[in-house]
Design a protein around this ligand. Structure first.
Ligand SMILES: [Zn+2]
Length: 406
């Protein structure tokens, strides 16, 4: 008898149960692989109201039914706590309400420790396999993740955000988009929302105001050249300076090279199967590929001209602040004389955004940042796979990228 009492006390300690709660009994169901722990109260002191949070409210009754919560597995058994749910006569609510229980949040069928385990796993692996380990349906896992991420986001403090980078990503089979805003200094995600137009920037400005920030504190932003984002930025942050992301500028030029090659290969068969020669970084090519590219790129092909222009623009980023504008102007003239239509078009886009591109030489807001966001988003997409609603994707981006105090 004495042994059994000690055992039960041990459970009490393991569960972290405060007085006056105690473990009344427990039972194993070997067939079901289930372990049940039954809790009870030594006495009926005052409790905190689960609705308004007022402490020391007088006990009213034991409620009508016993409740059950899934707890951390013990010895690989699914483990459940069972307990009556006492009620208080809350003076603040002026009615009878359920008491707050120390091991769970209100209206939840899991214990806090179980939920902490779910959150830990979800940070480390996609939800599907996590749900297999946890042995709960993934919709229940998602519900837990949404609850904690939403709660952490409510308490977000954005008062020190000064420089932001913005990018978009497709959320579901390329049909829907989400916009991601990160703090360039802390490299943390601060805002994610559905869509990719100027209104998403308006939503971010609102979000900022709701989280101890003001639009006026934003001094710098970095984005691609999409008109929608830029219009939104000028609207919401008229005093902030714009940097056009390097990565997107180089992508524009890479696409122009690719488009030129695609059109030209109809009548220049030597261009067949050369796509990656033109797109990859030269240092990543094999010796064979390098010599092939060397021959092709000095030919009179339009693709070769386009490629040389792209390489020249890569050099542009190594200029000093002082000569960068001149460097750009010379490059522009060369591109326009090239008579390569796709390159001329890209050059005009670059000229249109010259200020934002040149501001990089001062702000140094980098492409690495945008690429890092994209890497993170790909990870989030993998994690949200199998249950890919936009809301799940947004929550997963926050979970991975926002460094929330969870
Ligand atoms: Zn109350």
């Amino acid at each position: 008898m004495e042994n059994r009492k000690e055992e039960i006390d041990l459970f009490q300690q393991a569960l972290g149960l405060p007085y006056p709660w105690f473990v009344r009994s427990r039972s194993f169901n070997l067939e079901e692989g289930q372990f049940d722990i039954y809790l009870d109260l030594h006495e009926h002191p005052t409790f905190t109201c689960s609705v308004c949070g007022s402490e020391d409210q007088p006990y009213y009754d034991m409620g009508s039914t016993e409740q059950t919560w899934r707890h951390l597995d013990l010895w690989e058994f699914k483990t459940f706590l069972h307990a009556p749910h006492p009620r208080v006569k809350c003076k603040t609510c002026t009615t009878v309400k359920f008491a707050r229980l120390p091991w769970t949040r209100f209206n939840c069928s899991f214990t806090l420790k179980f939920e902490a385990w779910v959150m830990e796993l979800s940070k480390q692996m996609p939800v599907k396999p996590a749900s297999r380990i946890i042995r709960e349906h993934d919709t229940r896992i998602w519900r837990i993740i949404h609850f904690y991420v939403d709660k952490a986001m409510e308490n977000q403090d954005l008062s020190s955000v000064r420089r932001i980078a913005v990018d978009e990503t497709s959320s579901r089979r390329g049909h829907q988009y989400v916009t991601v805003v990160i703090d360039s200094d802390t490299r943390k995600v601060v805002f994610v929302t559905e869509g990719k137009d100027r209104h998403t920037i308006g939503q971010f400005a609102e979000h900022l105001s709701e989280h101890q920030g003001t639009p006026a504190q934003i001094k710098e932003y970095c984005s691609d050249m999409s008109g929608a984002f830029l219009a939104g930025m000028q609207e919401q942050f008229p005093d902030a300076r714009q940097t056009i992301d390097k990565f997107h500028v180089m992508k524009l030029l890479g696409d122009a090279v690719d488009e030129t090659r695609r059109k030209e290969q109809q009548r220049a068969p030597e261009l067949k199967k050369t796509r990656y020669l033109w797109l990859r970084n030269e240092r990543d090519l094999t010796t064979d590929q390098k010599s092939r590219l060397a021959t092709l790129s000095t030919s009179f092909l339009k693709t070769a001209k386009a490629y040389q222009l792209k390489v020249a623009f890569q050099e542009f980023w190594n200029s000093s602040v002082r000569v960068a504008p001149l460097h750009m102007q010379i490059w522009y003239g060369w591109a326009m004389r090239s008579k390569v239509p796709d390159m001329m078009k890209a050059a005009q886009t670059i000229r249109k955004h010259a200020m934002g591109i040149l501001h990089w030489f001062e702000s140094r807001m980098t492409n690495g940042l945008i690429e890092a966001i994209n890497g993170l988003i790909q990870a989030a997409k993998r994690r949200a796979r199998g249950y890919r609603t936009t809301r799940n994707l947004i929550t997963m981006i926050y979970l991975i990228g926002a460094a929330l105090p969870l």
